[in-house]
Design a protein around this ligand. Structure first.
Ligand SMILES: Cc1ncc(COP(=O)(O)O)c(C=O)c1O
Length: 427
């Protein structure tokens, strides 16, 4: 698909979602793992932010790859190798289209969002000098903190952080001071995996670009949950994982402007990423292959388009409305529990489909264990955001996160489970 085709698809009117709400039970029936029970209860899966369940279409496509055309990519001229290569490149095109990347060749296929963010940090290392600054935020996931910390240790760059307000939003009143003449990169998350906050990425990107900085967005919690458009966000690079948006494990993406990919050095060397190799030197292939050393996860790549098909069929606007409505319902129910501390913005319009909370009387791990007894799967811990939890003044929180298969009855099960846990510890 050419850059023009992608642009046309981006501008084409999005399919109109059905106005009826009764589509969601049918959607949830497409997820086989959700049909099981846990501890003699219906499974209520509220851990989509860790990984989303997989629909039948994705599972079937992955099986189909192994059953029908298992082969390596880009290196064979036999039929199976051509079919595998076509499937792999189709994944690239669909993954690029999902986030309105400039073109399929602007999309690098990686292992996960973490690998994509490391790739940018390592890839730009040669452009940074001691004293240069990278601006992050206080709410970042470790995947968007540690690669920059490692870079700072190697190069002497300075890390700065946009603070958060008490209601879990970015405090942009400090942005002008934080963006300095030395700011070279600004990297921030689109949706917080703890607070749920949807960050004003476009606003930050505009201010960062005015200072000549490169803008990277960690879209691990937004892709698949709301429409994500690199052009509208105005970012230079965007990282996401397939497994968090209903796709298979072991597959991630880095979408980036062509000039940025040209500038970045490859992190790994080996087969497929080269143009010419001599015994003592080598030249690199053009992006995106320059960043794809070795045999990739072709089976997962073959399956990912089925997840994109499902999201397009439902409509990402409809997915967003569904999650916003459920998040609003969860906020309403949970805030009726006296003493329960809920983090992040109170307005569901400002947050994605997840709610983290803390009960001063019940440790988050006990809470998650007792919820599991009732068939409710949530996540407890620091959610790979230790600095944020320090800022919140707790070591851990309990997080309930939603997806296309979630329903109000799931939220009700969560509410009842929390009440049960509270009675268990305070009979
Ligand atoms: C906001 C955010 N960024 C990055 C990641 C890392 O994703 P992965 O583990 O798929 O690389 C996560 C995973 O939880 C996340 O929530």
């Amino acid at each position: 698909m050419s850059r023009g085709d992608v642009e046309k698809q981006r501008k084409a009117p999005k399919p109109q979602p059905s106005a009826t709400e009764d589509r969601w039970p049918e959607v949830s029936r497409r997820f086989p793992a959700l049909q099981r029970s846990v501890n003699a209860h219906r499974l209520v899966y509220l851990d989509t932010a860790a990984t989303a369940q997989k629909p039948d279409g994705v599972i079937a496509a992955q099986q189909e790859y192994y059953r029908s055309f298992n082969a390596n990519v880009h290196r064979g001229i036999h039929t199976l190798a051509e079919e595998a290569t076509a499937a792999y490149e189709h994944c690239r095109a669909r993954a690029a289209q999902l986030v309105a990347a400039p073109s399929p060749s602007s999309l690098v296929i990686t292992r996960n969002a973490t690998a994509s963010l490391n790739m940018v940090a390592r890839g730009l290392e040669h452009t940074l000098h001691e004293g240069d600054e990278v601006l992050l935020t206080e709410m970042e996931h470790h995947a968007n903190l540690v690669p920059w910390i490692m870079l700072a240790q190697r190069t002497g760059i300075v890390l700065r952080h946009i603070p958060i307000t008490d209601d879990g939003k970015l405090d942009l009143s400090k942005l002008d001071e934080l963006l300095t003449a030395r700011t070279r990169i600004v990297s921030l998350m689109h949706v917080s995996n703890v607070l749920g906050t949807i960050n004003p990425v476009a606003e930050v990107a505009e201010a960062a670009h005015a200072r000549g900085a490169t803008v990277v967005v960690d879209a691990a919690q937004s892709v698949g949950h709301l429409p994500v458009d690199m052009v509208e966000l105005g970012v230079d690079a965007l990282a996401y994982s397939a497994h968090k948006c209903y796709g298979p494990m072991g597959l991630g993406f880095l979408a980036a402007k062509p000039e940025l990919l040209d500038l970045m050095e490859p992190m790994e060397g080996g087969g497929e990423m080269i143009n010419e190799v001599f015994l003592d030197r080598a030249t690199w292939a053009e992006p995106p292959l320059k960043f794809e050393a070795g045999t990739p996860n072709v089976a997962s790549a073959a399956a990912f388009p089925a997840a994109v098909d499902m999201l397009e069929e439902i409509g990402l606007e409809a997915v967003r409305r569904h999650e916003e409505e459920l998040a609003g319902y969860a906020l309403e129910r949970l805030s009726s529990l006296p003493g329960l501390v809920i983090y992040g913005p109170t307005d569901p319009a400002e947050r994605g489909g997840l709610v983290s909370f803390h009960d001063p009387e019940v440790h988050p791990h006990d809470m998650a264990t007792l919820l599991d007894q009732a068939g409710v799967a949530v996540r407890a811990g620091h959610h790979c955001a230790q600095p944020l939890h320090r800022r919140l003044g707790v070591v851990a929180t309990t997080r309930a996160s939603l997806g296309v298969y979630s329903s109000k009855s799931d939220v009700d099960a969560l509410y009842e489970g929390i009440r049960f846990a509270r009675r268990y510890f305070n009979p």
